[in-house]
Design a binder for this molecule. Structure first.
Ligand code: MN
Length: 198
């Protein structure tokens, strides 16, 4: 199957001044698009050609893994942003309360994990096989599918995600990004996980 670049569910300038139109345009139109194009070239004529994206992520290595995972991760990142105010579902709130004690503690732990991640990568909120929420740091293109965990939310901490707007101040970017989270998307991901266990 041919992979396509997702259409952003918001305008390029939807997050100004927190994330500039220029950042969104380069991030989606150059970086994200580049991974999609590379992936399509790399899988042509290979056994990966007819696999869906998450199956490639779970089974490929090297350049095919890197490009497939970067497509998956960026789809997840952009779907996790909202230009309107959203709220977590009651089920998500119960899980956050149970596993982090409070939303403030989750926020602090997530932002610290993102700021502390060395080099390029991603910070994720995920759910393990038992249904427990936790935070994972992943370098480069890696993601929680490799741990057989279900992702709920991610933040991109590659420099291209924030350098135009924040230069080297990654922690500032993370704090501002937190205000843009699409909690309906996070809640849907948890609901799909719960449904898959029934
Ligand atoms: Mn990125």
């Amino acid at each position: 199957m041919k992979h396509t670049l997702m259409t952003l569910p918001f305008e390029e300038n939807a997050f100004e001044p927190i994330i500039s139109k220029e950042t969104i345009r380069y991030h989606h139109g150059k970086h994200h698009a580049g991974y999609v194009n590379n992936l399509n070239k790399l899988i042509a004529g290979t056994p990966y050609e007819n696999m869906d994206l998450s199956t490639i992520v779970k089974s490929a290595q090297g350049a095919i893994f890197n490009n497939a995972a970067q497509v998956y991760n960026h789809d997840f990142y952009f779907n996790g942003l909202s230009s309107t105010s959203t709220t977590p579902s009651p089920e998500l709130l119960v899980s956050i309360q149970r596993d982090f004690k409070s939303r403030e503690i989750l926020k602090k732990a997530f932002l610290e994990a993102g700021a502390a991640l060395f080099g390029s990568g991603w910070v994720w909120l995920c759910v393990d096989e038992g249904g427990t929420l936790h935070i994972e740091q992943h370098a480069n293109a890696s993601n929680p599918l490799l741990n057989k965990h279900t992702p709920l939310l991610t933040c991109d901490v590659w420099e291209h995600a924030y350098y135009i707007d924040y230069r080297n101040a990654r922690a500032d970017y993370l704090h501002k990004w937190w205000e843009l989270i699409n909690w309906e998307f996070v809640s849907q991901n948890l609901a799909l996980f719960a449904k898959s266990r029934n």
